[in-house]
Every structure is written in C-alpha cells, then in structure tokens.
Ligand binder design. Sequence first.
Ligand SMILES: NC(=O)C1=CN([C@@H]2O[C@H](COP(=O)(O)OP(=O)(O)OC[C@H]3O[C@@H](n4cnc5c(N)ncnc54)[C@H](OP(=O)(O)O)[C@@H]3O)[C@@H](O)[C@H]2O)C=CC1
Ligand SMILES: C[C@H]1O[C@H](OP(=O)(O)OP(=O)(O)OC[C@H]2O[C@@H](n3cnc4c(=O)[nH]c(N)nc43)[C@H](O)[C@@H]2O)[C@@H](O)[C@@H](O)C1=O
Length: 326
Amino acid sequence: MTADLQQKIYVAGHRGMVGSAIVRHLQAKGYKNIISRTHAELDLTNQAAVKAFFEREKPDQVYFAAAKVGGIHANNVYSAEFIYQNLMMEANVIHQAFEADVKRLLFLGSSCIYPKMAPQPMNEDVLLTGKLEPTNEPYAIAKIAGIKLCESYNRQYGQSHGIDYRSVMPTNLYGPGDNYHPENSHVLPALIRRFHEAKINDASEVVIWGSGLPMREFLYVDDMAAASIFVMQLDKNIYDQQTSPMQSHINVGFGEDLTIARLAEIIAKVVGYRGSIGYDSSKPDGTPRKLMDSGRLARLGWQAKVGLEDGIKLAYADFLKNYANI
Ligand SMILES: NC(=O)C1=CN([C@@H]2O[C@H](COP(=O)(O)OP(=O)(O)OC[C@H]3O[C@@H](n4cnc5c(N)ncnc54)[C@H](OP(=O)(O)O)[C@@H]3O)[C@@H](O)[C@H]2O)C=CC1
Ligand SMILES: C[C@H]1O[C@H](OP(=O)(O)OP(=O)(O)OC[C@H]2O[C@@H](n3cnc4c(=O)[nH]c(N)nc43)[C@H](O)[C@@H]2O)[C@@H](O)[C@@H](O)C1=O
C-alpha cells in the first residue's frame, strides 16, 4: 500500500502502552490525520456511541489497540469484565468500521489464544487445536472472536466492499506507558516496581509469584508498534500469500523466551537490587510456556530490534521518570 500521509487513521486505545507507541510511530512517519478518543469521550463497549463516532468520522484505517488488559491475576479475578468488555469492543468497532466503509483495520489479539499445551514454538496453525489456559480463557475466547470477526467480514464482504481486516498476535509486551499496578499488571512491570521499591526500602527479599519456572517471551512496545504498522501496510497479495481466509492472523514475537526466575534476575540487576529473591507458590504459574513462532512475520520481512536487557533499561528509565512516586 502506498503511504498516503493524509489518510485518516483512527487509533483506538491511543493512551494505552501500545496505542500510544503506534501514534508515535505514525507521527514519526509523517501521518498528519490521526484521530483518537479517550475512554471517557468514547466508551467502545457502547454500541450507539461507536456507531455515531464511525458515521461522523469515517476513518480510512483503524488500529484497534483498545482492550481490557491485565496480567494473570486480573484476568483470573475479573473474568466477566475481560470477556464482556472485549467482546463488546470488538463487535462494535469491527462492525461499525465495516458499516462506515473502513477499508483497512488491524486488530491486536494476544498469544494467549493458543492452547495451554501447544507444541513450542507455537505457529499460527495451532489455534483452536486444544484447551486454553484457565486463568485467561475468557480473555482468550474474546481475542479469538476478534480474529474470527475480521476473517468473517473479509470472507463475506472482502471482494464486494474492498475491505481487508488483519490481525496480529503479540507476545507479552513491555515498555514506556506500561501498567505498574501492584496486582493487576503483567509480570515485567510488576517486577520493575517491586524491585525498585525493595531497593529504595532496603528490603532483604523480593517475592515473585508462582514457581519461577514458567517461560515467557517479551517484546519491547516500540517493536510491536513498528510491526503493527508494517503488517497494516503490507501489500494485499503479499499478505495473502502468507495467510489464508480462515487463518489470517500473524504472530509478533521476539524469538526467544526465558524463565520468570531468570527475568527476575535481569530486572534486579537493571534496577540495582542486591537482596534475595523468594517465590510464593500460592500464586498461579499460568501457561508453562508460550513461545511464538514468528516465522510468518519474518518471511514477510520484519523482525524485532530491541534486546530484552536494553528494553528493560528503557522501561525502567520511563518508570523512574513517570511512575516512581505512584
Ligand atoms: N500488554 C501486553 O503485554 C499485551 C497486550 N496485548 C494487546 O495489545 C493491545 C494493547 O494493549 P496495551 O496497550 O498493553 O493495553 P493498555 O491497558 O495499556 O491500553 C488499553 C487501552 O484501551 C482503552 N480502553 C479500554 N477499555 C476501553 C473502552 N471500553 N472504551 C474505550 N477505550 C478503552 C484504555 O483506556 P483506559 O485506560 O482509559 O481504560 C487504554 O487506553 C490490547 O489489545 C491487548 O490485548 C496483547 C498481548 C500482550
Ligand atoms: C500477556 C498475557 O498476560 C497474561 O498471561 P501471563 O503471561 O501469564 O501474564 P503475567 O505477565 O501476569 O504473568 C507471567 C508469569 O509471571 C509470574 N509472575 C511472577 N511474579 C509476578 C507478578 O508480580 N505479577 C504478575 N502479573 N506475574 C508474576 C506469573 O505467575 C506468571 O507465571 C494473561 O492474563 C494473558 O491474557 C496475556 O495475554
């Protein structure tokens, strides 16, 4: 697709970690007509409000980075909110985008769509081949519905209306603008905060949830934003060569994973915490491993740039600047 810098682009979730990075990257590329609404201005679970917004604004493209998001604890405890809000946002945004003749939409899913015991690394084909991880099954079901909404609109209306709605599945993300809530955040920001507070308070031990044995893959948010724009702008013929109408999503990973115990050691080093690390086995481990096979994206010509330790240094600098006093 040629880069028409006047295209009207709606970034849903522009104040979130990923949405704000997508806006930064689009602006750096020279896009002039980016539109956004805060959650307070437009509740995406509200069908009438979303309909009115799309009818009025008629964007050319949508980056769909709004969602109810959280770590293992939040997903487990607020399961109704995670399934209801995500399903509603997806149905409203994707359908109303179609009604408003939006030609291009990029939906952000998650690696948790894949079965808990999927063979590693997980390629796109393992979707719907086994049981999901219980701690995030409701969120995963909603994310699978988002992929299937995009595919179904493409299948029924792609040719007649010239629409092309794509999906990317990010691995665990981190970076500037992350959520540092002590319970509801993901592991990487949670540990940045916990190790920082332990350092400040001279604590002798930091306790990590679970066994420390689960493995996770982490991608820096600017890489995710770059990958999102890359996939959105891919020529349709090239995209279609790597995907199929009922299996159209693309994994976005870093390519390597590590144990939570090793992650904790790296964060402790970056933060400068020198005490010991303990484990709370009463907390859930979740999926034992979820390394993405990002070969499809690599074949299309994209790969991550920011290494884990460098990325954690950047995230910690952002934490010190913007959140250290929360
Ligand atoms: N962070 C991660 O590790 C991963 C994220 N993803 C996916 O990437 C995408 C972006 O995630 P991330 O940036 O981390 O999430 P954030 O929580 O940082 O941002 C989500 C954004 O969505 C907005 N939002 C939530 N509910 C509504 C609503 N009802 N109406 C309007 N806006 C709403 C939020 O606004 P407000 O805060 O005001 O509610 C916020 O701006 C999501 O689809 C997520 O599922 C996938 C894999 C991993
Ligand atoms: C992105 C992804 O995020 C979630 O899945 P998750 O990968 O399990 O996410 P997490 O980052 O919360 O945990 C990763 C691992 O780390 C361990 N862990 C240790 N100590 C802390 C800690 O202090 N906080 C948290 N949150 N986890 C901790 C924790 O016990 C687990 O073993 C989903 O809900 C899912 O919906 C999703 O898409």
